[in-house]
Design a binder for this molecule. Structure first.
Ligand SMILES: Cc1ncc(COP(=O)(O)O)c(C=O)c1O
Length: 379
């Protein structure tokens, strides 16, 4: 019913992803948006709203707020209240304001590493000290934080930035793991800011997303959950995200930190979010089926190559590829010369990796994998 194989030309559409290699034969599989058209309901709602012709300052509709409340209840059994919600144009500003609002200058902020790069910089941008929580592969080929290290780092920290599901690596933390984090947070009085932007993109049928704040009543009072429809429905350019913060003091501190600095949301982002949450789930299920096959293809093809390893990817459309054994001087340049544009692992905190975005039509993905394979085999 939805054609994810369709090759939609994104050149000349102000796409960050596609403009990077505008005049070169390099397939762009880097920044995290997909090459899929958003659900038909989203496009219809946007068209209808554009027809109205007036685009003044906006607020989220009561229906959007109710859709988010219902989504949390239906998907996670999490009963949230309308007043817990704060809308923001992006999740990244939320992470930055969290550092400003919830951490003291004499304390550290813990961030996993490797991780989506704004986590690495948000503390420093806000005059705070960052300490790194190493992510490592467990016996099951899943990326997990070093929990002992977390315990040690928590001594001098007051804020943990959690990426759940984790980017890159795609780990969906299970209840046990979340409880372990929540327990450490409770004993060391850490606030947890949980970026859950990828929560709808679960590829493993047995993986189940659990919002950090829903784990127990203590976690609820010491955390914020950041979510958005942007990755799920490919509407990142419309800038609509939200924080769910049960604790009124944390909410107030965040609002205080944001005063005068946080822009209003984009009206069209509200419209798209509402349509996506109201009518996009059938499309989402089809997209997940498609992404799951793309993921399997990526792992199958790349794991056959000597010196390359892609661990399990439970969620996201991002493959975190270990190329350390290849000993490439500059992995990004090597793959660009092969005609494939990837994200540098160094940006996320490990230069021995590259990240590949498989949120694209399968013919394009196949072509990219063939180029990578040929380049490696003819080295
Ligand atoms: C974990 C994570 N958080 C946040 C973002 C971006 O969020 P936003 O565009 O809403 O600032 C991304 C985009 O790749 C991401 O992977």
């Amino acid at each position: 019913m939805f054609d994810f194989d369709e090759n939609i030309d994104r050149r000349g559409t102000q796409s960050l992803k596609w403009d990077k290699y505008r005049d070169r034969d390099i397939l762009p599989l880097w920044v995290a948006d997909t090459d899929f058209r958003s659900p038909p309901a989203v496009m219809d709602a946007l068209k209808q709203r554009v027809e109205h012709g007036i685009f003044g300052y906006s607020r989220p509709s009561p229906r959007l707020i109710q859709l988010i409340i219902d989504r949390m209840a239906n998907r996670y059994g999490w009963e949230i209240k309308a007043e817990w919600l704060l809308f923001m144009p992006g999740v990244v500003p939320g992470l930055n304001f969290a550092c400003r609002a919830w951490s003291q200058p004499h304390k550290n902020i813990i961030t996993p590493k490797p991780v989506y790069y704004p986590f690495l910089h948000a503390p420093e941008y806000n005059d705070r000290t960052v300490v790194y929580l190493p992510m490592q592969l467990d016996d099951n080929d899943r990326w997990l934080p070093d929990f002992e290290q977390l315990e040690a780092l928590a001594e001098n920290a007051d804020l943990l930035l959690l990426c759940h599901p984790h980017n890159p690596g795609g780990t969906v933390y299970n209840r046990n793991e979340l409880e372990r984090i929540a327990d450490i947070a409770q004993r060391h009085n850490l606030i947890v800011c949980s970026d859950e932007i990828h929560c709808d993109l679960l590829l493993d049928p047995q993986a189940k997303h659990i919002p950090f704040a829903s784990i127990n009543s203590d976690a609820a009072q010491r955390s914020a959950v950041l979510m958005a429809p942007s990755k799920t429905f490919n509407i990142a350019g419309l800038c609509c995200s939200f924080a769910i913060i049960p604790n009124p003091q944390l909410r107030q501190k965040l609002q205080h930190a944001m005063r005068g600095l946080m822009a209003d949301n984009n009206l069209l982002g509200f419209i798209a979010a509402e349509a996506a949450y109201a009518e996009g789930d059938e499309w989402l299920t089809a997209q997940l089926d498609y992404l799951r096959e793309n993921r399997d293809l990526v792992r199958r093809e790349l794991n056959q190559l000597a010196g390359v390893h892609v661990a399990k990817i439970e969620a996201t459309y991002l493959a975190w590829i270990d190329v350390s054994a290849l000993q490439l001087d500059d992995p990004i340049l090597f793959f660009e010369q092969a005609g494939v544009g990837l994200s540098p692992g160094a940006q996320f905190g490990d230069r021995h990796f590259v990240r590949l975005n498989f949120g694209c039509p399968r013919p394009l993905l196949r072509e990219a994998l063939t180029r990578m394979k040929n380049a490696l085999q003819s080295r």
